[in-house]
Design a protein around this ligand. Structure first.
Ligand SMILES: C[S@@+](CC[C@H](N)C(=O)[O-])C[C@H]1O[C@@H](n2cnc3c(N)ncnc32)[C@H](O)[C@@H]1O
Length: 263
């Protein structure tokens, strides 16, 4: 766990930065970043360079406080070929924990405030809070503060001006992998899907389902498509692939709503 001594104290700031639009940064997020001794910016490889660029621009725009050190690092990659998904994730989290511990030891050896700019909101499909737990479990003296951010889920609802739920009903947020393996979840008429690299909606019977799909939400290249799944599903698959090739990466999410409420 690097050169970190047990006596020192780290305050880890997990700062939600929104989902791609610099204007998503809240006043609380700006104040938190201003107060940091170190801001860590993850690099996610050349194909996702745009995401590190956005964080860099945000830092450059708000960190007039010259004492704040901005440190970039290569985020370890998950082995997507590992057939045991949860094992692969645990291994990946362990590699990220080691990377964070090393960076904290190098750049805050006497303790202090270390901030990470987290995409969207830190509580939604993001591993930062779990990595913080791992650091504590390794004996690193750490407190954690979360600054909420605008999630892609909220952006999706706003983009189409739709509510996430129907009256008095629950909705479920899941991953493309789970939708593909488990099918439509029981007890809900609205499902929101994230982290879907393969358009898992193709595995559903499209009858009676409306889809609201968007990619690059909040960014200048944002694209949206909605309609009956039976009518627009195939076009979304093609449009997604074209966009992915054009930009070299894609982040998309969608809401599916069934006409007949599940009871
Ligand atoms: C690792 S999760 C991070 C979610 C993030 N913490 C949030 O609050 O939205 C990444 C997934 O979020 C969704 N996502 C994030 N940003 C997005 C954007 N700007 N447009 C569309 N989907 C986005 C995609 O489903 C993507 O695969």
């Amino acid at each position: 766990m690097g050169r970190l001594q047990k006596k020192i104290m780290i305050e880890l700031l997990l700062v939600g930065i929104g989902s791609g639009n610099p204007d998503h940064l809240t006043g609380e997020a700006v104040a938190a970043l201003h107060s940091a001794d170190v801001v860590l910016i993850p690099r996610k490889g050349t194909d996702k360079r745009a995401l590190a660029d956005l964080r860099r621009r945000l830092c450059a725009g708000i960190l007039s406080n010259r004492q704040t050190k901005v440190v970039e690092f290569d985020l370890p990659r998950r082995d997507i070929d590992n057939p045991a998904y949860l094992d692969g994730v645990a291994h990946w989290h362990s590699a990220i924990t080691d990377a964070w511990a090393r960076l904290i030891g190098q750049h805050a050896p006497q303790g202090g405030r270390v901030a990470l700019m987290v995409w969207g909101d830190p509580a939604l499909y993001d591993s930062s809070l779990r990595i913080a737990d791992r650091l504590r479990a390794h004996g690193i003296p750490l407190t954690c503060r979360v600054v909420p951010g605008i999630s892609s889920l909220q952006m999706l609802a706003a983009a189409f001006a739709i509510p996430l739920n129907t009256v008095g009903a629950p909705f479920l947020v899941t991953t493309g992998r789970r939708l593909r393996t488990d099918g439509w979840p029981a007890g809900v008429d609205t499902v929101i899907v994230m982290l879907d690299g393969t358009c898992a909606f193709q595995s559903l019977d499209p009858e009676g389902i409306t889809i609201y799909w968007a990619a690059y939400l909040g960014m200048p290249c944002e694209i949206r498509r909605s309609g009956l799944l039976a009518e627009v599903g195939v076009e979304i698959v093609a449009e997604r692939e074209t966009a992915r090739r054009t930009h070299g990466w894609i982040m998309d999410t969608y809401l599916l709503r069934r006409a007949t409420p599940a009871r």
